[in-house]
Unconditional design. Structure first.
Length: 354
């Protein structure tokens, strides 16, 4: 039996990929030029499907890039004149801050801890260009609620707001109009292999890019803009990924339906963990808990090693803890590519485990 993967990235892929990979090969997509009408049509349709599914406002642009990490750099190089301000509580938010600081040394970061909502009421220095938030912190399974995003926008109307939604986009409906830059790589909630990411930019973000006029990189935002007007990229993209994304977008139910399923499954996972004699949720405040990644705290290293081994013996791969939480937690991806049968099998194993 194929292993059942609950790691939150690279994560389980949609089972239909077996067929789509075969089709990509037999239809010649692996050798299709990225400068031709066949690719342009595929790309245009994929962008339209994304816009419709994710409810991206008509005046926002959607770009193909290589990874979420690349987006951290694009934001620093092409959208940050002086500095960015980062509010975070985990490893990914912190890494983003460090990448930004490497390119824009004046950037500032504040670790708010895992037991408190990232606050929107901070004073922000006048020369801050971008406020950076990680909507779903994959390392510790916290999320920033939609009302905090809304308050941030209201309080800082003159700043750009950038949101890392790598482990929630396509699993939850996100308020795209409440921020200027959103991004995610596809190996989490999109149920695809790693190697492609999506970046969404508001007209205000694009106006800033034009004002800064940074053009020194292959992935400078203005260069990407010039190309995406023709549905293309400045480099040779993974046409295979765009093909697979297109096929998956055709199959998925509406995002509202996926959102509802994600929330129902998250409730069931947290109920199981809270009522289990050994497991505890890492995040105690229900308002801050991620719905797409669940972090389970274990009493000691011995029981953590044992649950990994017992799961593996049954063909179930639990997500390892990450960063600071690695020695004491495991994680469960609650991503759309997992079927009801997969979730039932994982829950059955954990409910019986002692
Ligand atoms: C996985 C992840 C990243 C890194 O994604 P890459 O595609 O490896 O660059 C960044 N941010 C968050 C929140 C993630 O979960």
């Amino acid at each position: 039996m194929q292993e059942l993967v609950f790691s939150p990235g690279p994560a389980a892929v949609f089972p239909s990929l077996a067929q789509h990979l075969q089709t990509a090969y037999s239809e010649g997509w692996l050798s299709t030029s990225h400068r031709g009408s066949r690719f342009d049509n595929l790309s245009r349709q994929t962008l339209e499907l994304l816009r419709e599914r994710l409810q991206v406002p008509a005046d926002y642009l959607i770009f193909y890039v290589g990874s979420a990490t690349e987006c951290w750099e694009i934001i620093a190089q092409s959208l940050t004149r002086h500095k960015s301000a980062h509010f975070y509580n985990g490893s990914f938010g912190q890494k983003w801050f460090e990448y930004a600081q490497a390119l824009r040394p004046a950037s500032v970061g504040q670790n708010t801890g895992i037991n408190q909502a990232l606050s929107a009421d901070q004073a922000i220095d006048a020369d801050t260009d971008v406020i950076c938030l990680t909507q779903n912190e994959t390392s510790n399974a916290t999320q920033v609620p939609a009302d905090v995003l809304r308050e941030t926008r209201q309080r800082h109307p003159d700043k750009l707001i950038a949101i890392d939604a790598t482990s929630s986009m396509n699993g939850l409906a996100l308020p795209i109009a409440e921020a200027d830059i959103w991004f995610a790589s596809v190996q989490k909630c999109f149920g695809l292999p790693a190697g492609l990411a999506l970046m969404i930019c508001s007209p205000k973000a694009m106006a800033t890019a034009h004002a800064i006029n940074e053009n020194q990189h292959y992935n400078s935002l203005l260069r990407l803009e010039e190309n995406i007007k023709k549905y293309q990229t400045s480099y040779t993209p993974s046409v295979l990924h765009i093909f697979l994304l297109n096929r998956v977008l055709h199959e998925l139910p509406a995002l509202a339906e996926t959102h509802r399923q994600t929330q129902l499954r998250a409730t069931a996972w947290y109920d199981l963990i809270e009522n289990h004699p050994v497991f505890r949720p890492l995040i105690l405040d229900k308002a801050l808990r991620s719905e797409t990644v669940i972090a389970v705290e274990m009493p000691d290293a011995e029981s953590l090693a044992r649950v990994y081994a017992d799961a593996a013996a049954k063909g179930i791969i639990l997500g390892r803890g990450y960063g600071k939480w690695k020695p004491s937690t495991f994680r469960i991806a609650n991503f759309p590519a997992l079927t009801d049968a997969d979730v039932a099998r994982g829950m059955d194993f954990l409910a019986r485990w002692r």
